[in-house]
Design a protein around this ligand. Structure first.
Ligand code: AP5
Length: 214
C-alpha cells in the first residue's frame, strides 16, 4: 500500500501517518522529520534547510526529491509507504510519478486532510514534541501530565521554531500557492480522497481508513 497524505500545516498529517504506520506496518516518510533530523545532526543538508524552514518556505525541490528517491528504494519500503509532507508542489509530484514509473510502482490513494486556517493556528501554536521519542502533545487537546515532560519517555518537550504565528501564516500562504494545486493534480489521476480533518483523532482515522478501502 502506497499512500500520500496531503493537507495544510497542522492538518494532522503526522498524527494520522503514525496511526496508519501501525495499522498497515509500512514506514511513514516525513520530509519535515527527515529535514529536522538533519538540522539536529548538523549535516550539510540540515544547514541548507534550517534557515528556509525557520521562515516557512519550501526547501529546494532537488534536495527533497533526492531524499525521497533514495528513501523509497530502501528495503523497508517494499511493502509500501506513507508519504507525509511530500510532494509539496507540482514539480515534486511530477518527479515522484516519474520515479514510481521507473520502479514499476504506483500510488494507491492520496488522502487530502481538510482543515480551516483558524484551527491550524490553534493546533500549531499549542503543539509541543518530545525531543527524544517524537511523541506529540497539545496544550489543550492532548496536554502532558507534567508540563514540558513527555508522558512516555520523560524526555523534554519542545515547540518547533516554525510554530510561531508569523511563520504559520507564511506556511499557510505557501500551502495555498504551491501545495493546494496538488488536489486538482491527483483528482485528475482519480485517486484523491478528501477527509474532513476536524473532530477527534480517532474519528478522523476511521474516516481515513474507510477512504483507503474504497
Ligand atoms: P512539515 O514537517 O511537513 O510540516 P507541515 O506540513 O507544516 O505540517 P505539520 O508537521 O506542522 O503538521 P501536520 O499536518 O503533520 O499535523 P500534526 O499531526 O503534527 O514541514 C516543515 C517544513 O519543512 C516546511 O515548512 C518546509 O520548509 C520543509 N519541508 C518539508 N517537506 C518539504 C517538501 N516536500 N518540500 C520542500 N520543503 C519541505 O498535528 C498538529 C497539531 O495538532 C499537534 O499538536 C496534534 O497533536 C494536533 N492535532 C492533530 N490532529 C488533531 C485533531 N483531530 N484535533 C485536535 N488536534 C489535533
Amino acid at each position: 500500500m502506497r499512500l500520500i497524505l496531503l493537507g495544510p500545516p497542522g492538518a494532522g498529517k503526522g498524527t494520522q501517518a503514525k496511526m496508519l504506520k501501525e495499522k498497515f506496518q509500512i514506514p511513514q516518510i516525513s520530509t519535515g522529520d527527515i529535514l529536522r533530523q538533519a538540522v539536529k545532526d548538523n549535516t550539510e543538508l540540515g544547514a541548507r534547510a534550517k534557515t528556509i524552514m525557520d521562515v516557512g518556505q519550501l526547501v529546494p525541490d532537488d534536495v527533497v526529491i533526492g531524499v525521497i528517491k533514495e528513501r523509497i528504494r530502501q528495503e523497508d519500503c517494499k511493502a509500501g509507504f506513507i508519504l507525509d509532507g511530500f510532494p509539496r508542489n507540482i514539480a515534486q509530484a511530477e518527479k515522484l510519478s516519474e520515479t514510481l514509473v521507473e520502479m514499476n510502482l504506483k500510488i494507491d490513494k492520496v488522502i487530502n486532510l481538510e482543515v480551516d486556517a483558524e484551527e491550524v493556528v490553534e493546533r500549531l501554536t499549542g503543539r509541543s514534541t518530545c525531543v527524544d521519542c517524537g511523541t506529540m502533545f497539545h496544550q489543550v487537546s492532548r496536554p502532558p501530565k507534567v508540563s514540558d515532560v513527555c508522558d512516555g519517555c520523560k524526555g523534554k518537550l519542545e515547540q518547533r521554531p516554525d510554530d510561531n504565528r508569523e511563520t504559520i501564516q507564511e506556511r499557510l500562504k505557501v500551502y495555498e500557492e504551491s501545495t493546494a494545486p496538488l488536489k486538482e493534480f491527483y483528482k485528475k489521476q482519480g485517486n484523491l480522497k478528501t477527509v474532513e480533518a476536524k473532530g477527534s483523532v480517532e474519528e478522523i482515522f476511521s474516516n481515513v481508513c474507510e477512504m483507503i478501502n474504497v
